[in-house]
Design a protein around this ligand. Structure first.
Ligand code: TYD
Length: 221
């Protein structure tokens, strides 16, 4: 297995069920001898976590929202993601820029060309625009996601949006996946946790990034 860094992001509408699987994959990569950096967006550094609190809870206009998210991303890339990839870590990131195109672009209807410009400024490297090597997209009907989320916790500024918002978010993800199909692994998140876990590990085994002997985490058997 190669020891170069791997950057894997996890995407999907709220309620699609990413969290348990991300933790399980961190354990699976560690079991197979890799160093893992487990992180999230917005967030992952003290500054970016502070910006996350503002974005999730303070009212603001769509441009301010997009700017804060990309400011958080810049700090996260510089402080955490790029150093981890340079060390050869597997970086597992709960959401990345596809979420901005889906939520701010799709959900809020914000100008996609402005987002593309910000993406180039913030993710630009000497070798081009930094993107995940693989994006695992938990694809789920927004109505099912809403049922799963109902009453689960106090909703933030995104979770409190109506189903129509998440339909637009879903379309935003679909457009990003269509534009960069080779980067996306589409996972049918309507299935049982065990079946979802199998779809994800199959995608990673196919890439040669996990060996076939992946232990199924507790709670996902
Ligand atoms: P989420 O990742 O779902 O974390 P938790 O499970 O703790 O709620 O929450 C982050 C929220 O931020 C989610 O509703 C999507 C939103 N978000 C954006 O709107 N744009 C972005 O670029 C990112 C990364 C997240």
């Amino acid at each position: 297995m190669t020891k170069t860094g791997l950057f894997i992001s996890f995407e999907g509408i709220d309620g699609a069920g990413k969290s348990t699987h991300i933790d399980g994959l961190a354990a699976a990569f560690k079991d197979q001898g890799r160093q893992v950096t487990l992180t999230r967006e917005p967030g992952g550094t003290p500054l970016a976590e502070t910006l996350r609190e503002l974005v999730l809870h303070q009212p603001m206009d769509p441009l301010s929202e997009a700017l804060l998210i990309f400011a958080a991303r810049r700090d996260h890339l510089q402080q955490v993601i790029e150093p981890a990839l340079a060390r050869g870590d597997v970086v597992l990131c709960d959401r990345f820029t596809d979420a901005t195109f889906a939520y701010q672009g799709g959900g809020r209807g914000f100008d996609l060309s402005v987002l593309s410009q910000l993406e180039q400024w913030v993710q630009g490297t000497a070798d081009g625009i930094r993107q995940p090597d693989l994006t695992i997209w938990f694809e789920l009907d927004p109505r099912i996601a809403a049922e799963r989320l109902a009453g689960a916790r106090v909703p933030d500024r995104f979770e409190s949006q109506p189903v129509a918002f998440f339909e637009q978010v879903h379309l935003g993800y679909a457009k990003r996946a269509e534009a960069d199909a080779a980067r996306f692994a589409r996972i049918d998140a309507s299935k049982t946790k065990h079946a979802v876990w199998q779809q994800i590990t199959r995608a990673l085994v196919q890439k040669g990034w996990l060996s076939i002997m992946v232990a199924t985490p507790a709670g996902l058997e």
